[in-house]
Design a protein around this ligand. Structure first.
Ligand code: PLP
Length: 404
C-alpha cells in the first residue's frame, strides 16, 4: 500500500495552483514531476562535490567520479543488468536509440539488410532508422497494430527474413498504453539469431524491468520520465553487443590514447561517453531510482493500474467517447476523443480547469494514421495521482463536451 498523501508532499509542484485551480497533472507520459529529494540532490552535489570526473587526482574530482560510477551501479541494479559496464549514460531515450541505430548500422548491416519496427513506435524509434536507411540502404519493416491496439504477432513472425538484422520495439506504447509481450518477442527474435532493442521510456517508470530476465540485447530509457532530471538517460547493452559496436562520438573521456598516427578507444562503457558526462544528472537519476525503489515498483504498478481502471470506467460514462488502446495489458495511459471535439480544444479547455493533459499526435504520426485520427487527448497517470483528481477531470471533460 502506498501512502499517497505522504508521497504527494514529496512533490512540491503538486500543491501549486494554475488559474486559481488545484493543479491536476496528468501529463506524466511526457515528463514526470520531481520529488524534493532529487532536486535537493542536484543542489547538494553542485554545492559539495562539483568537479570534472575521471581525470582528476584531487579530492573533489575523485568524489564526483565515485558518485557518477555509483550512480551507474544503481542503474545496473535497478534494471538487473549483469555489469555496470553495460550501462551507458546518454541524454535520453532518443540519444540512446540514435547511438544504437548509427553504430549498429555501421558495424552490423549491409545494404538490403532489414530492421523490424512497429506501427506504434514513437518517432524517436522510427526516424533514426530512416536516417540509417537513407545512409546505408537498409530496409525498415513494420509490425501492424490490431484494432484494440496490440502488436499483430502473426504479422511480426512473418516479417522475419534472412536479411533481418535487428528488431527495435517499444515496451509500452506512449499513446495506447499497451504493454507489449517483449519477453516473447525477444525469444522469437533470438530463435532466429536476431538481437532486439527495447524502448523502455514508458515502461521503466511504471513496471519492474529486469533486462536479464527479458534477455534484451539493448534496453533504453529517459531519466526525466522516471522522476529524475532532464538531459540524462540510459542505454543498456549486453557487453558482447557493445563490444562489437564502434564509438558513436569522438572526444575526451572515450579514448585510451591519442596520437595523430593512431587513436585507441577506451573500455566499456567509456567508449560511448565522449566529453564531460552529466555527472550531476546521473547522481540525481540514481536518487530518483532509489526513491521509486523505496515505494516499490510492484506497488506502483498495482496502484497505477487501479487508477487506470477507475479512469477508464468513468470516462466510458461520457456519451460519444472513443478510447484508443483497449488491450487488457495496459500501462496508465488513456488516449481518447469525445465525439468530433478537436483534441486541442479539449486540451485547452481542460487546462482552464487546472487539468494538464497532452493533445496531438504524441510523436507517433504513423500510429495516428493507423487509428484514422489527427490526434488524441492523452491523460497519463503517476503514483502521485488520485481518484479524486480523476473525478475532477471527468467532470471537466463532461463540461467541455456540453459546451460543443
Ligand atoms: N519512446 C517513447 C515510447 C516515448 O514515450 C518517448 C517520449 O515521449 C521517447 C521515446 C523519447 O524520449 P526522450 O524525448 O526523453 O528522448
Amino acid at each position: 500500500m502506498l501512502d499517497i498523501p505522504a508521497i504527494r508532499s514529496d512533490f512540491p509542484i503538486l500543491s501549486r495552483k494554475v488559474y486559481d485551480k488545484d493543479l491536476i497533472y496528468f501529463d506524466n507520459a511526457a515528463t514526470t514531476q520531481k520529488p524534493r529529494c532529487v532536486v535537493e540532490k542536484i543542489e547538494a552535489d553542485y554545492y559539495n562535490v562539483n568537479a570534472n570526473i575521471h581525470r582528476g587526482v584531487h579530492f573533489l574530482s575523485q568524489a564526483a567520479t565515485e558518485a557518477h560510477e555509483e550512480a551507474r551501479r544503481t542503474v545496473q541494479r535497478f534494471i538487473n543488468a549483469g555489469d555496470p559496464k553495460e550501462i551507458v549514460f546518454t541524454r535520453g531515450t532518443t540519444e540512446s536509440i540514435n547511438l544504437v541505430a548509427s553504430t549498429f548500422a555501421d558495424a552490423c548491416m549491409q545494404p538490403g539488410d532489414e530492421v523490424i519496427l512497429s506501427q506504434m513506435e514513437h518517432h524517436s524509434n522510427i526516424v533514426p532508422w530512416q536516417i540509417q536507411a537513407a545512409r546505408k540502404g537498409i530496409a525498415v519493416k513494420v509490425v501492424p497494430v490490431t484494432d484494440n491496439g496490440e502488436l499483430d504477432m502473426e504479422a511480426f513472425r512473418s516479417l522475419f527474413s534472412g536479411r533481418t538484422r535487428l528488431v527495435s520495439l517499444t515496451h509500452v506504447s506512449n499513446v495506447l498504453g499497451t504493454i507489449n509481450p517483449v519477453k516473447e518477442i525477444i525469444a522469437e527474435a533470438h530463435r532466429r539469431q536476431v538481437p532486439v532493442l527495447i524502448d523502455g521510456a514508458q515502461a521503466v517508470p511504471h513496471l519492474r524491468v529486469d533486462v536479464r530476465d527479458l534477455d534484451a540485447d539493448f534496453y533504453v530509457f529517459s531519466g526525466h520520465k522516471i522522476y529524475g532530471p532532464t538531459g540524462i538517460g540510459v542505454l543498456y547493452g549486453k557487453e558482447e553487443w557493445l563490444d562489437k559496436l564502434p564509438p558513436y562520438q569522438g572526444g575526451g573521456e572515450m579514448i585510451a590514447s591519442v596520437s595523430f598516427e593512431k587513436t585507441t578507444f577506451g573500455e566499456l562503457p567509456f567508449k560511448f561517453e565522449a566529453g564531460t558526462p552529466d555527472y550531476i544528472g546521473s547522481t540525481a537519476l540514481a536518487r530518483a531510482l532509489q526513491y521509486v525503489s523505496g515505494l516499490g515498483m510492484d506497488a506502483i504498478a498495482a496502484y497505477e493500474d487501479e487508477l487506470l481502471r477507475y479512469a477508464t470506467a468513468r470516462l466510458q460514462e461520457i456519451e460519444g467517447v472513443r478510447i484508443f488502446g483497449t488491450s487488457p495489458h495496459k500501462g496508465a495511459v488513456l488516449s481518447f476523443l469525445v465525439r468530433d471535439i478537436h483534441p486541442y480544444d479539449m486540451g485547452m479547455l481542460l487546462d482552464r480547469f487546472g487539468v494538464a493533459v497532452r493533445t496531438g499526435h504524441h510523436c507517433a504520426q504513423p500510429l495516428m494514421q493507423r487509428l484514422g485520427v489527427e490526434g488524441t487527448v492523452r491523460a497519463s497517470f503517476s503514483f502521485y495521482n488520485t481518484k479524486e483528481e480523476i473525478d475532477v477531470f471527468i467532470d471537466a471533460v463532461k463540461r467541455v463536451a456540453a459546451m460543443f
